[in-house]
Design a protein around this ligand. Structure first.
Ligand code: SAM
Length: 315
């Protein structure tokens, strides 16, 4: 048993373990309530709120940034992250291939406040990129904002097969020292078999999966594909902690629509992701309470163990 203080917790707490090679195993509290599609953006924003509270700065890359609903909405990750307090993320890179979505991103950029809630000027830059993220990713990486020490989070919120594996690799390998760019990768689940059968463009599949075994994709079970993706993020790209977060179809649980796979080198990041998942549906805690929460979470859970998610199944 590790002597890490975060593991020094009430044995009655129900924990899920993140399978880990060195450096050390991490355990996070199993979630009580499912996160469902409608509040995925809240989940992302919540995590980044905790993330910047630790890092005090940051760069946010959103490769597929237009709103899912193709209209201005409060379930839009880029919007919620931009508006979240405290405003510590200094650099935003938002890309979309659809011109109408780019127009929405430009409008979102123009609507941003110039001062924060306490009246202080906000020093940040927001760059909008129009086009295929797989092509524009190099420009974003070379923009000059992502130094070796810059805490950088990249959302890869594709619809199904848009984000090529080579792009994931470029992001993961960009930094040569320290913590890699954190990834939050969308992996379809409930409709993936159907989408694979319907996909006629084999090159597209090969580019998406990016591994020699892509012709076997259709024969793999959903869980095998998910586990293979997790394993590659660890073994091929070297991420220390990789964890899939289930996003359900409905508030009540049931079908896992897709996974958001979190890949990071920071041992605190999965702990805060777990906290974000559990808190997604709760009212936002005031900024003054953020620090208290961070400390409590890192030392171990203070609350009663949650019951299992009801009706949870893979698809
Ligand atoms: C699932 S939506 C993103 C949802 C968004 N993250 C939200 O919170 O609402 C996917 C977006 O990716 C865009 N897209 C599709 N292919 C793309 C590509 N190759 N490069 C960049 N954007 C792309 C679509 O136009 C769409 O706006």
């Amino acid at each position: 048993m590790s002597k890490d203080s975060r593991l020094d917790i009430d044995p009655q707490q129900r924990l899920i373990e993140i399978p880990e090679q060195p450096p050390k195993p991490l355990r996070v509290i199993a979630p009580k309530n499912p996160v469902w599609t409608e509040n995925k953006a809240q989940f992302i924003m919540r995590y980044l709120r905790y993330f910047v509270y630790i890092t005090k700065h940051g760069t946010y890359i959103d490769g597929f940034a237009g709103p899912q609903a193709e209209r201005e909405t409060d379930s839009w990750a880029a919007k919620l992250v931009l508006e979240s307090e405290p405003k510590r993320i200094r650099h935003f890179h938002l890309c979309d291939a659809n011109p109408a979505q780019v127009t929405r991103l430009e409008a979102l950029k123009s609507s941003q406040a110039l001062t924060d809630s306490s009246g202080k000027p906000i020093h940040r830059d927001i760059t909008i990129y129009s086009g295929d993220f797989n092509k524009r990713v190099d420009e974003i990486l070379e923009s000059g904002t992502i130094s070796e020490k810059e805490a950088t989070f990249c959302l890869l919120d594709q619809r199904t097969f848009e984000c090529e594996w080579a792009t994931v690799e470029k992001l993961a390998r960009y930094k040569k020292s320290g913590m890699k760019i954190e990834l939050f990768y969308f992996l379809a689940n409930s409709w993936l078999n159907r989408a694979l059968s319907a996909q006629k463009d084999m090159d597209r599949l090969a580019r998406w999966w990016g591994h020699d075994d892509w012709p076997k994709l259709r024969d793999m079970s959903r869980d095998t594909r998910r586990d293979a993706m997790i394993e590659r993020l660890k073994s091929d790209l070297g991420y220390k902690y990789v964890m899939p977060w289930q996003i359900f179809k409905r508030k009540t649980g049931g079908i896992v629509m897709y996974y958001m796979i979190h890949a990071t080198d920071h041992p605190e990041a999965p702990v805060q992701m777990s906290r974000a998942y559990r808190n997604t549906v709760l009212p936002l805690e005031p900024v003054e309470q953020l620090e208290l929460g961070l400390e409590a979470e890192s030392k171990g859970p203070q609350t009663q163990p949650p019951p299992p998610l009801s009706g949870q199944r893979s698809a």
